[in-house]
Design a protein around this ligand. Structure first.
Ligand SMILES: *Cc1c(COP(=O)(O)O)cnc(C)c1O
Length: 231
């Protein structure tokens, strides 16, 4: 079996090749390693390999992990991106440790974030999560509602709009979904010049995502190995 360091190195090579094929610079693409369900030791191991940007999807898990990490590596400067669906009552907690939220997916969450950021006198970088499933019961903003929702974000001075986040559907060619996300990102950019980022691409599809303009890859199991089941 391969080790974390071997897989990390392999994924880095594949990112570089995909950037080369797409005619893009490696520096345009940030790799976020998703360490969810894994103990803090894995983040420490990746840190020792030179990695700095981590992704997590449960408030309780990451708030604890970020604290443990800070104890183990007191001088370390790392980022924790929140990438999962967030309950509004966790907004207060998330703004304490998250460098960015990739999953802003509804106006009730936006309102609570605004409220908590006001109280904390703080700011948060956010990506609007698109719903590409066509099923409005799933999380995320329908592409047709993107402009309207983006106005709400842009009217929130404490939310710093970064761009769009998307997860490709399970049983479709990711190209279809990534094309929709790319178009949405272009629309957003006409509204806000700083909203130039596109968070998409996971273990199974990050090379395609690079081809479609992804700037933030969220790669978990291809680097970390299989996830232990969450409690
Ligand atoms: C778990 C997760 C990932 C990483 O998934 P892998 O398939 O393990 O690479 C990326 N994005 C989101 C939103 C996730 O929840």
């Amino acid at each position: 079996m391969s080790s974390v360091s071997e897989r990390y190195e392999q994924i880095e090579q594949r990112i570089q090749s995909a950037c080369g094929l797409a005619g893009r610079s490696r520096s345009e693409v940030e790799l976020i390693v998703v360490t969810k369900n894994h103990p803090v030791d894995l983040a420490v191991e990746l840190f020792d390999l030179g990695h700095r940007n981590f992704g997590e999807n449960k408030d309780q898990e990451v708030s604890q992990k970020a604290q443990e990490f800070a104890l183990l590596k007191p001088q370390a400067v790392v980022t924790w991106s929140f990438i999962g669906q967030l309950q509004s009552n966790k907004a207060k907690s998330v703004i304490r440790y998250a460098s960015s939220l990739h999953s802003l997916d509804r106006s009730s969450l936006l309102k609570e974030l605004n409220k908590q950021l006001e109280i904390a006198d703080s700011e948060l970088r956010v990506f609007i999560e698109l719903n590409l499933t066509g099923d409005s019961n799933r999380g995320g903003i329908q592409p047709d509602n993107l402009v309207e929702f983006a106005h709400l974000v842009l009217d929130s001075p404490r939310l710093k709009l970064q761009g769009v986040m998307a997860v490709a559907g399970l049983n479709v060619d990711p190209r279809q979904d990534f094309e929709i996300a790319r178009t949405a990102a272009e629309t957003l950019l006409t509204m806000e010049p700083d909203a130039k980022y596109l968070s998409m691409g996971m273990s199974e599809d990050f090379e395609v995502a690079i081809d479609f303009g992804a700037t933030h890859l969220r790669v978990g199991s291809a680097i970390t190995g299989p996830r232990p089941q969450s409690a």
